[in-house]
Unconditional design. Structure first.
Length: 772
């Protein structure tokens, strides 16, 4: 029988490897092809994605490799069409693309801007409309068009505010910025993240949104009369500070003002720190005064965010302002006299601070890195100039980690114009389990902390709670299964009276399945970066899985031999059994390992292989399961034909047959649901796989140890007589009757004296009943 399995597997591999099965695309294609690709085999039947309804939109039956364009749901309030692509490889619908769907209030606001309606009224309506849309459904088109709309709205606001007096300017600018900030708060909320992920180049719109919020802060700073202004929302906050400090080294104020005008600069000083206040706002450690001395470096922190970074600037005497054409020390060009003829002069500075809470989730880096802090931005003057700092007097930022298990923090700054993270000019000062302190030598950009993550953390970062619950349940189930399998191995190893061919097979079956359960814990692929080690670990998982099925086949084959053969040559078969059960999986996995699709595409994980590799690994399992079923049916037929007057003995043989049949169903169903979860990414298949995978070790312990009368009685007998000698005959209690089985030494002596003698079939069935 093992030779037949090898032959069938060879033919199956030849068929699988000659196919064109490839891994389906991992992400939704934004611009999917609208025409059918050329098909070499014209006789191949057309494949379709089945009709379904999702989020109020009905998608009709659509041919593979084509798009379905359907009007957006709620056509009374939404314009545009939904585009959904039917996958060529799997004939499964991909994620709908709703970037063409836009609520009608966006076009209404666009018309209001063209007509020149008051900017503060438009921003208020934009915020309220977005809030209502978030409570129902936000589309990708709402984000893209409203972000573009905000740019035009800022230009309209500045034009209108310049035409009124300074007191009206302050009132209108404050109302406008407050409602505009509320609009940005809604776009940065958790409810909007799903729509953000539908945007393929999302960084462009993230940059446009943050730039608009920054310009709204700058606009407010241009028109307010107060030395300080602060706004704080759930997902972002801002602070404007007009600071000045007294400097005894004077220069004529008129000349200095001319220098400033020629350079086009606005300069800054560091601001006081913010302790947490009961009101939810931030306060300054040095009081409400906006005058500071160069020797002290106040700090800024937003108390409304529990993980808000702490920002500390160097003294202004050490700042160096820079423009695109030139740079000069701030202290040389930015002092203006407060009063003519006064004994002292003052340096004036406007600083803008922004902190974003959920912005890091929109700035995807790669599968191994994530933004693990809030994002802090510091701007000077109108926010268009960059400022270089001396290396020994940098800006210091203390970031608090959002996730505690991540490693390798990196201090970075984000240039939204180039849309790139950069470590240039930033360095790590210190780090701990919950925080990282950074120092950067430039201003005019945003800062954050990048940290390395494991595969599990990356998955948790990008998917929902259902996976997290399923992941925890699977780990608990694997641990329970491993404990039961280890207990079974202990029984089969340390009770010598159970050392027979059948229990040796059980021992190897439990060992293979235990390796399969322990690989994700002891040798987690996600912690391995070496390519060779990754390959070895990836091979252990499918190898142990196939080896488990091989030992199940050997048990059924041994049962068949025990029923139909007369000669007892069990011990001579152990070696070929081991060669087949451990050699065949090595060959099967080795063949698949050479496939192009076997190497993981992104990280070291067996679940990240191509569909062709998974199918090739499923082939030997399927053939072995089929061979198991055939042998079990043959054994059942032989058992039914036995004409035996002892019905109780026949019942016990049926009981023996029941154990491998039950295990075959359990392991086969587990493998089936694993394969179905690959073909059809449905949650129900994943949960069924987790449940059955968790029950494997438990059922094996129950069937092979607890419900096995021979094993159970031997364990109980040894525990009761552990102080007695074990060289006497073993007594096995079965069905309420005591039956004395011949000592193993006598049976071995009889075999050695006449190895060709045939054992009576009745006595042989007695030994089968007792578990050899």
């Amino acid at each position: 029988m093992p030779s037949v399995v090898l032959l069938l597997t060879a033919f199956a591999y030849a068929f699988v490897l000659s196919g064109e099965i490839t891994v389906p695309p991992a992400t939704t294609t934004a611009d999917a092809p609208t025409s059918l690709p050329s098909v070499s085999n014209t006789s191949e039947p057309a494949r379709y994605c089945s009709a379904e309804t999702r989020e109020g939109v009905f998608y009709p039956k659509t041919r593979a490799c084509t798009e379905a364009r359907i009007p957006c749901s709620d056509q009374e309030n939404v314009e545009g069409t939904v585009v959904r692509y039917c996958s060529c490889k799997t004939t499964i619908w991909e994620t709908p693309n709703t970037t063409n769907c836009t609520h009608k209030w966006v076009s209404e606001l666009e018309s209001a801007i063209e007509k020149g309606d008051p900017a503060e009224q438009i921003s208020k309506k934009m915020a309220s409309s977005l809030e209502y849309t978030l409570s129902r459904q936000l589309y990708g088109g709402d984000i893209t068009k409203s972000v573009k709309l905000s740019v035009a709205l800022l230009g309209l606001a500045r034009t209108q505010f310049d035409a009124v007096d300074k007191y009206d300017q302050e009132a209108r600018a404050t109302n406008f910025t407050e409602s505009f900030g509320l609009y940005g708060n809604y776009l940065l909320s958790q409810q909007a993240l799903k729509a953000w992920k539908e945007l393929t180049p999302s960084l462009y719109y993230v940059e446009a949104l943050t730039s608009s919020l920054k310009q709204s802060v700058i606009l407010l700073g241009d028109y307010i009369l107060d030395p300080q202004k602060k706004l704080q929302y759930d997902n972002w906050a801002m602070k404007i500070d007009f600071v000045q400090w007294e400097d005894t080294s004077r220069k004529d104020s008129t000349d200095l003002a001319a220098d400033i005008t020629s350079l086009g600069l606005s300069v800054k000083e560091k601001v006081n720190a913010v302790p947490l206040s009961p009101s939810g706002q931030f306060e300054e450690l040095t009081g409400n005064s906006t005058t500071a001395t160069p020797s002290r470096a106040p700090k800024v922190q937003f108390s409304g965010f529990s993980e808000s970074p702490i920002i500390e600037l160097p003294p202004l005497s050490h700042l160096e302002s820079s423009t695109n054409e030139s740079s000069a020390p701030v202290s040389a060009v930015s002092r203006v006299g407060s009063q003519p003829g006064a004994a002292s002069s003052y340096t004036h500075l406007r600083l803008s601070y922004l902190v974003f809470k959920n912005l890091g989730q929109l700035l995807y880096v790669d599968n191994f890195t994530m933004v693990n802090s809030h994002i802090a931005c510091v701007y000077v003057g109108d926010g268009t100039k960059s400022m270089n700092l001396f290396d020994d007097q940098p800006i210091t930022l203390t970031f608090f980690h959002l996730r505690r298990r991540l490693v390798n923090p990196t201090c970075i700054s984000l240039n939204f114009h180039t849309r790139m993270w950069s470590t240039k000019g930033c360095r790590l000062i210190s780090t701990s389990w919950g925080m990282t302190e950074c120092a950067c030598t430039h201003l005019g950009s945003c800062f954050a902390v990048l940290m390395k993550i494991t595969v599990e953390d990356a998955i948790w970062y990008n998917i929902g709670k259902d996976f997290k619950v399923r992941f925890d349940v699977e780990n608990i189930g694997r641990a329970l299964s491993a404990v039961c399998l280890a207990s079974s191995l202990f029984v089969f190893t340390f009770f010598r009276s159970l050392h027979n061919v059948r229990n040796i097979i059980h021992w190897n079956l439990c060992f293979s399945l235990l390796v399969h359960d322990l690989v994700p814990f002891i040798l987690s692929p996600t912690r391995i970066k070496n390519r060779v080690c990754c390959a070895i670990v990836l091979m252990l998982d499918p190898y142990s899985d196939i080896a488990t099925f091989c030992w199940m086949l050997i048990e059924c084959y041994q049962l068949y031999l025990s029923l139909v053969q007369v000669l007892d040559s069990n011990k001579t078969r152990i070696f070929p059994y081991c060669v087949f059960s451990y050699g065949f999986p090595a060959v099967a996995v080795g063949v698949v390992f050479n496939l192009d699709g076997y190497e993981p595409k992104q990280y070291c994980s067996w679940g990240n292989l191509s569909l062709r590799a998974h199918l090739a690994l499923f082939v030997p399992d399927f053939i072995i399961i089929l061979a198991n079923v055939i042998i079990l049916f043959i054994a059942l037929r032989v058992l039914l034909t036995v004409n035996d007057r002892d019905r109780s003995r026949k019942d016990r043989l049926f009981q023996w047959l029941k154990a491998p049949a039950t295990l075959l169903c359990l392991l086969g169903v587990t493998r089936l649901f694993f394969f179905l979860s690959l073909l059809f990414p449905w949650t129900v298949f994943d949960w069924m796989r987790v449940v059955f995978n968790s029950l494997q070790g438990v059922f094996i312990f129950i069937l092979l140890v607890v419900l096995n009368e021979n094993v159970r009685s031997t364990v109980v007998h040894c525990l009761r007589n552990k102080t007695k000698s074990n060289d006497s005959s073993s007594v096995v209690i079965t069905s309420g009757e005591e039956r004395v089985i011949r000592p193993l030494s006598l049976l071995q002596f009889a075999r050695n004296s006449n190895p060709k003698a045939e054992e009576p079939r009745l006595l042989r069935h007695e030994r089968i009943t007792a578990g050899f």
